[in-house]
Design a protein around this ligand. Sequence first.
Ligand code: XMP
Ligand code: MG
Length: 175
Amino acid sequence: MITIKDKTFVPFITAEAIQTRIQELAEQINQAYAGKTPLMVVVLNGAFLFAADLAKQLTIPCEITFLRVSSYKGTESTGQLKEILGLTESVAGRDLIVVEDIVDTGKTLGDIRDQLQAQSPASLAIATLLFKPEALRNPIDLQYVGFEIENKFVLGYGLDYDGLGRNTPDILVLE
Ligand code: XMP
Ligand code: MG
C-alpha cells in the first residue's frame, strides 16, 4: 500500500504477473513479425517500463523510438491532448508497433494512430499493457493487450498520479 498526497493505492497486479504476461506478448510478437524489422513507437512517459521489459524479450530485430503526449490531469481524463512531441524519423513503409501503458477512453491512442496512419506505414499494431474496456469511448483495434482491468485509476510500473508513483515494479489501484 502506498499513499501519494491525498490518495491511497493498494496492491493490484504483481511484478511477477506483469513479467509473465509480457513474456507471452513478446512470444506473440516474435511470431507475428518473423522476418520483419518492426519499429516500436513508445508512448512516453507511462510506457517506458513496459516498453523496456517487452523489448528485452523480443528476439526479432527491431528499432525503438519515442513520442510523447499528455492528456491527463489528476485522475480524470480531460479528453484533450495537451502536448504531442513528434517523431523524428519517418514511419512511411515501416511496420509499427505502438507501445502504450493503458487505454482508457481510447482518445490518446486514437489520435496517435490517426497521425501515424497519415504517414503511410506498412502496418500499425498496438501493444498496451492495460485496457479498461468499460471506459472506452473511441473504437480502437488493440492487437496486444496485457491485462483488461476494471474502470479504476491505477498507478505504478510507469503509471503516475500527478507525476509520482511510476517507479514501482507492481501495479496498484486506487482504494
Ligand atoms: P485515454 O483516455 O486517452 O487515456 O485512453 C490514456 C492515457 O491516460 C492515462 N491514464 C492513466 N494513467 N492511471 C494512470 O496513471 C490510470 O488509471 C490511467 N488511465 C489513463 C495514461 O497516460 C494513458 O496514456
Ligand atoms: Mg500514457
